[in-house]
Design a protein around this ligand. Sequence first.
Ligand SMILES: [Fe+2]
Ligand SMILES: [Fe+2]
Length: 260
Amino acid sequence: MRFFIIGDIVGRPARNLLKNILKNMIDKNEIDFVIANGENASGGNGLTYKNYQELISCGIDIITMGNHVWDKKEIFEYIDEENKIIRPANYPEPCLGKGYTIINKNNINIGIINLSGRVFLSSLDCPFKTFEKIYNTLKKETNIIILDFHAEATAEKIAMGWFVDGKVSLMYGTHTHVQTADEKILPKGTGYITDVGMTGPYYSVLGVNKDIILKKFITQQPVRHELAKGPVQLNGLIVDIDEKSGKSIYIERYLKIFEN
Ligand SMILES: [Fe+2]
Ligand SMILES: [Fe+2]
């Protein structure tokens, strides 16, 4: 079964790109299942209901989130009702939304977990212990389990990779918006990459207009973020997972720049 993972979708330029190319790409590459991180899809922060629906209609099967999950307040109204969006599972209980789910596609159960790191991010519950609890539930239902570990520090993500090796089919990182060149299949069969990267403005600082961010760094004054214009990059990951064993058998980074 072939999976396509899309790194943090940043704003309208990225949404428009996906609207224009994703369905074609799914057909051409014979992709069975698409997971995308949507925490920055609406103006760079959060995800409105309209944009959630838009992304799902592009061919995305499930949207994962991160530290920006609550930035658009309307998510409080819809996150409990919708079944194609999950937020980091280690937000303390009680918290709106779900941290993991199972989606049945082509008669195959696929478990998806979203977790957040704690280094340079909010001090949520322990992602490692949270993983163990969820894993013990999910493994009874399916051997295809995919983890989006939304975290800042490379060491925390690499450590999580070793923690879940042989338990999940694939663990990938999100949040830094910078794709790492370390995709691999770990010894016990878990596909791994420290960060998938970003889908958004190519000439930017993590999607934001570079002049604004430079002003912030140089003057130390607060600034209002605006997304950058120009070409848009699509950062992703193509992974083949053996349906019987649940192990990754092929992993390839995807990086393409589109004129806008
Ligand atoms: Fe992000
Ligand atoms: Fe993030």
